[in-house]
Design a protein around this ligand. Structure first.
Ligand SMILES: O=C(O)CCC(=O)C(=O)O
Ligand SMILES: [Fe+2]
Length: 363
């Protein structure tokens, strides 16, 4: 059983700036703590998305990068030659729009520190402090990506695990779930440990119009049950109770205005207003649609010190945990919260928008 601890020391600004999680994991292994504290409930806020201030051409990013590479036609872009720790506000605004359009954006060879990571993330919205995850000392806003392979709970959790079991959109159980997520991977096994993303716009567009009419306007209950069970298995404290929230199954992206299938299988319990068997059948059908949707997925092979930035409002993701025999994998994530998900019945799918543009001769 992992002990609950209280953070005893505070660090100076200088010490925080130099805090090095890679060094800590290499020296100490699992450094995460589970402070014996209770957090107050989250309060609602008006989300002001930096992407609203973006230049539609995102010139500040495209002109400064040394190379831009698309990983698939619609999903996933790699940017070379820019440091996230040095982005101007205009570049951050443009990044927000780029993520809304491309789902996930990767930055190579990033020197950004945990301290700078937190500063960067805060630009996009208040950083979520997780209800139950262990976090690094002094950085409650950081979620550590690391599995202690010697832990019996972890062994058990991954014994029969298939990555198809864990697609999700970060913290979708909150009233205002993550808009973007920033994930740095700084330590990699010799092989394995890729991550996959699936495009929510395409997932919607790949449903037939009849199926689209069925899912449009439906609402789904999201819960923290997954984390409750994990905390119970590890014997760790839940610092803020999980509260269920209902979100639209098809959500409208506030920046692109496009419809995206908003699935988060590990955090969803049922579709509101349907019987359990109706709900389970539809959620299973949609989950299978995403799991098998290789034509709208990207699988990313990390290099050390890559950072992925993705938009949780228009893509889902999933870690591939195939590397326990191949060495250590470590990274960390921050997730700014965004708007409360909404569905605008007059919004369009990406395909519809593209067709209309083409018809108007703007393509
Ligand atoms: O380990 C990974 O590649 C991704 C883990 C994850 O789901 C996250 O950081 O949100
Ligand atoms: Fe995640």
């Amino acid at each position: 059983m992992t002990p609950n601890v209280t953070e005893s020391s505070t660090l100076s600004e200088e010490e925080l700036k130099n805090f090095d999680l890679k060094k800590l994991v290499l020296e100490n292994g699992d450094y995460t703590i589970f402070p014996d504290v209770e957090y107050p409930p989250l309060v609602s806020f008006e989300h002001d998305d930096p992407g609203k201030r973006a230049d539609p051409n995102m010139t500040s990013l495209f002109e400064k990068a040394t190379k831009i590479e698309k990983l698939t036609p619609k999903l996933g872009t790699v940017i070379y030659g820019l440091q996230l720790s040095e982005l101007t506000d205009q570049q951050k605004d443009d990044l927000s729009l780029l993520c809304a359009l491309r789902g996930v954006v990767f930055f190579k060879k990033q020197n950004i520190t945990p301290y700078q990571f937190v500063q960067l993330g805060k630009y996009f919205g208040p950083l979520h402090v997780h209800n139950a995850f262990g976090h690094p000392p002094h950085f409650p806003e950081i979620s550590t990506i690391y599995y202690d392979r010697k832990s019996a709970v972890i062994q058990e959790k991954f014994r029969y695990y298939r990555s198809s079991d864990a697609w999700h959109s970060d913290i979708s159980f909150e009233e205002q779930p993550g808009s973007l997520s920033f994930l740095k991977i700084d330590t990699l096994p010799s092989v394995g440990g890729d991550t996959t993303w699936a495009d929510g716009y395409a997932a919607y567009d790949k449903l037939t119009p009849t199926m689209q009419r069925i899912v449009d306007g439906l609402e789904v209950e999201h819960t923290g049950e997954y984390h409750r069970q994990l905390a119970a298995a590890k014997g760790t404290k839940i610092r803020r109770p999980f509260i269920d929230h209902v979100h639209p199954l098809v959500r409208t992206h506030p920046l692109t205005g496009m419809k995206s299938l908003y699935l988060s299988p590990i955090f969803t319990s049922r579709i509101v207003g349907l019987s359990l068997h109706e709900s389970e059948a539809i959620l299973k059908l949609l989950n299978d649609h995403v799991i098998g949707g290789h034509d709208f997925q990207v699988r990313y092979k990390w290099e050390e010190d890559d950072v992925a930035v993705w938009d949780n409002r228009c893509c889902v993701h999933n870690a591939i945990v195939d590397y326990f025999d191949e060495g250590l994998r470590h990274g960390y994530r921050v997730t700014p919260q965004g708007e409360r998900p909404f569905y605008d019945p007059s919004s369009k799918s990406r395909r519809q928008m593209e067709q209309e543009k083409a018809a108007n001769g703007n393509n």
